[in-house]
Design a protein around this ligand. Sequence first.
Ligand code: ADE
Length: 262
Amino acid sequence: MRFDIFTLFPEMFEGPLTESIIRRAREAGLVEIRLHNVRHYATDKHRVTDDTPYGGGGGMVMKAEPLFRAVEAVLGLPPRGAGEAVPPPPCPVILLTPQGRPFTQQVAEELSRQTRVALLCGRYEGVDERVREHLATDELSIGPYVLSGGELPAMVIVDAVTRLLPGALGDPEGARRDSFAMGLLEHPHYTRPADFRGWRVPDVLLSGHHGRVAEWRRHEALIRTLVRRPELIAAHTLTQADRAFLRRLVHHVDALLKEADP
Ligand code: ADE
């Protein structure tokens, strides 16, 4: 899979995309990440990429032309203007903006099935509307807050998508087991020592009994999801055993409350 990232700040990507899972995925040839400096595609002497907004008001707006020229050059699209028929771009061209549709695990899975994705990082107070209308094919937001630009969102998306690529994780089952992918939050994790400052690992995890460990994990995941993110529990994803466990839980809670307040 290949990412083409269009940005005014390619240096920001040093670090997050050169460490850990992404570094290994790049080295293994699973993912190729190309950074394109939009400033190089500005045509004027000073390589200006922003300007004041028409209609007045404060702030600066990212100009359309350098972004159009950059994307056209890299994706091999002919330059075009209003009313000109053009071939569709060879891949999704995604503008990162707080106004975009929410980026979720499901969107990450969709993107991981693409062979190529272009990410456009907006900056300043906004991007000329013609980029959104005539260049981008999609818009994504990584959350309901405003960042200084699309660079961090682009890194988040590359990370979430790359770890889904077959072979990217050391443990091939890892991505499938993740919270959200499972539809439930994950159970708690522990590692050595079994007793850390008097806080002990639950006995069942030390029992070596795989069936009981699996059952404990499932129960913990159900309780945790119920308490923190009840909206994630969709009735149809629950097994018979899950239902029986939840009924027992409700029964215990009922009995407890009756005792306190008969
Ligand atoms: N650019 C600025 N804030 C953003 C956000 N929350 N998501 C995507 N792009 C952004």
